[in-house]
Each structure stands twice: as C-alpha cells, then as structure tokens.
Design a protein around this ligand. Sequence first.
Ligand SMILES: Cc1cc2nc3c(=O)[nH]c(=O)nc-3n(C[C@H](O)[C@H](O)[C@H](O)COP(=O)(O)O)c2cc1C
Length: 343
Amino acid sequence: MSVSKRKAEHIQIVKNEAVEFERKSTGFEYYDFIHCALPEAHYDRITPAVTFLGKSLSFPLLISPMTGGFHEGEIINRQLAQVCHHEEVALGVGSQRQILEDNRYVESYRVVRKSAPKAVIIGNIGAAQIATMKNLDPVKRMVEIIEADAMAIHLNPLQEILQPDGDRDFRGVRKRIEQIVGELSVPVIVKEVGCGISASVALQLVEAGVSFIDVAGAGGTSWAAIEAHREKRIDLSERFREWGIPTAQSLERISRIKGIRLIASGGIRDGQTIAKALALGAEICGAAYPFLKKLLEEGVEGLCSTISLWREEFKMVLFLTGCQKVSDLTRDKLMLIPAVSPE
Ligand SMILES: Cc1cc2nc3c(=O)[nH]c(=O)nc-3n(C[C@H](O)[C@H](O)[C@H](O)COP(=O)(O)O)c2cc1C
C-alpha cells in the first residue's frame, strides 16, 4: 500500500472510531498541585510565554505531528499552520516519508511554512526509514522543504509490526540517529508515538546527542487501536491496545538523566496537565488527536478557541501555585495523591 493511502486511512479512522487507550491512563491523575493561597503576584502580569528552538511561543504547546503526503493532508496541514500562526504555538508535520516515493504531495508539507512563516515548525521521519537510507540527503531535503526549526525521528516499533505492510527491521536505527545528529544543520528530536520512552532508551538517545526527547507515552492515542481498524492482525492489535509506559511515569523516570531535555505528549488533554508535565520535567507539551478532532469538527476557529482555553487554564495554574513565570513550575509544586481505586 502506498504511504499516501495509508496516511489517508489513518485520518479516516481517527475521525470515526475510538482510538484512545481504554483502561490505561497517562498517570497524571496521581499528581495534584499544592494550592498556594497567598500568591505574591498580579494575575495579569504573569506570562505563560516560553522560548523553544530560539523562537517565542505564547505558552509551551506543540501540535504534535500527524499528517501530510496526500490531498486532504495538505488541507489539514494548512489549517493547523494557520492555527499555530494565530495562537503562537509550535507545529510538527506528519511523517515526510511520502516524498521518498515521489514529488506529488510535496506541497502538503511546504504549505505549513507558507501559512506560518514565523512559527516553530518541526520535520518528521520514521526510524525504520532512516535505517535503510543510502545517505542522509532525503532527510536534509525534508528539512529544507519546510525550513524546519528541528527534525523529529519517530520510534514506532509496535505500530510497524502490527501493520500488514509495516517495516520490521529496526537494526541500525541508533547509529543512524547519531549520524543524523552529526550531519543535520538543525536540532534533532526523537519521539515515540504513544508507547513512551524508557530510561535506558533515553540514556542511549542522550548519548547519541539528540536535543530533545518527546516521550509520547501511553494514555492518549493508541496506535494498536488505530491499526485494529485496518485490515488483518485485528486480534493482535486488540491485545496490544493498552501497551506502553504511561506518559507521567515515562517523564518521571527519565527527567533525572543528566543533560536531557523533554517534550511531553501522549494523552495531554488540557492546560492543567500541561502544567503537571512541566513540573515533572518537560519543557513543552504536545497533543495530536484532540486537536485533529476539534479541527475536523469545528474548523480553525474552533481549534483556536480550544488552544486559548488551554493557555488561560495553564496561566491560572501558574498563579494558583505561586509561580511568576513558567520556569518556576517545578516538582515541589506537586503532591502525590493516593490512587482512587475504582468501585
Ligand atoms: C492521525 C495521527 C497521525 C499521526 N502521525 C504521526 C506521524 O506521522 N509521525 C509521528 O511522529 N507521530 C504521529 N502521530 C503520533 C502523535 O504525534 C502523538 O505522538 C501521539 O498521537 C500521542 O499524542 P495524543 O495522545 O495527543 O494523540 C500521529 C497521531 C495521530 C492521531
């Protein structure tokens, strides 16, 4: 199956089916903020703004990589870029693998830079593809096409082995990442797609010199659930629907590694959770599924309103925990709450 057909199928499934983890959660519900009844701050003077990859964001948010490489992908990417431009948040394009096949849909990626000339835009390619490339010219081209501020490499071993037409050979990926870090003119981000990053993998990635790790943990979109809606391997997809390290646990485990810089995604669904993820060590957060759903249902305006709401909610947490700025949001602002056992 062609890459563009597969990317189109994913969007259709996400539009119409239940694709999130059912039993496993992100783990953020085990943390709560320690309320500060005496904030020494003026609410209107608190700024949720941050700098990411040398550019300013209105608050620490990234629309996580989703699409490109087919006709509707171009429409979605244009709209997502318009939202990012308007709301001053970052955007990742979906896997640029399609341009390895032909030039038919290059515009579906290029459109993001045209629609958001000043935004933080991040390129994207999969682990299995980089391992088999003869040289790194295609990756360099992917960066050029969107004038990317960084390049993300996604690690998706579960998704690949569940796909009937997926890549099964992950040998040589680590070495290739190291090579890309050395040869690319922009910082390299390595991410999962919903199963999380363990401490030992994080350590290898830091040693390989990657600039950011996006944990993309369990509790949000489940790729096994998405693949279960595609042909074949339905039983195995169902069995692995709940596979992965919950996002909060992934963050907690790896945030102490020296030199690590973190992005948190996987089940981030509101401004309070963004604040929790930052307190646990992330610099910014990403979300994919809820933003795509909102865009498809309520258009650019609907998505802009959601992002504004998340921003205000995030700013309220800063005030109510006694923070003057985003960097004040540290682990000591959180308390662990006892697990509430379901009836
Ligand atoms: C429709 C869709 C397509 C995606 N495509 C990509 C992709 O091409 N590359 C990638 O790195 N991640 C991709 N992802 C994964 C997301 O970037 C993100 O890591 C994951 O969905 C977890 O975030 P969420 O729970 O907010 O959806 C995709 C997610 C969705 C929902």
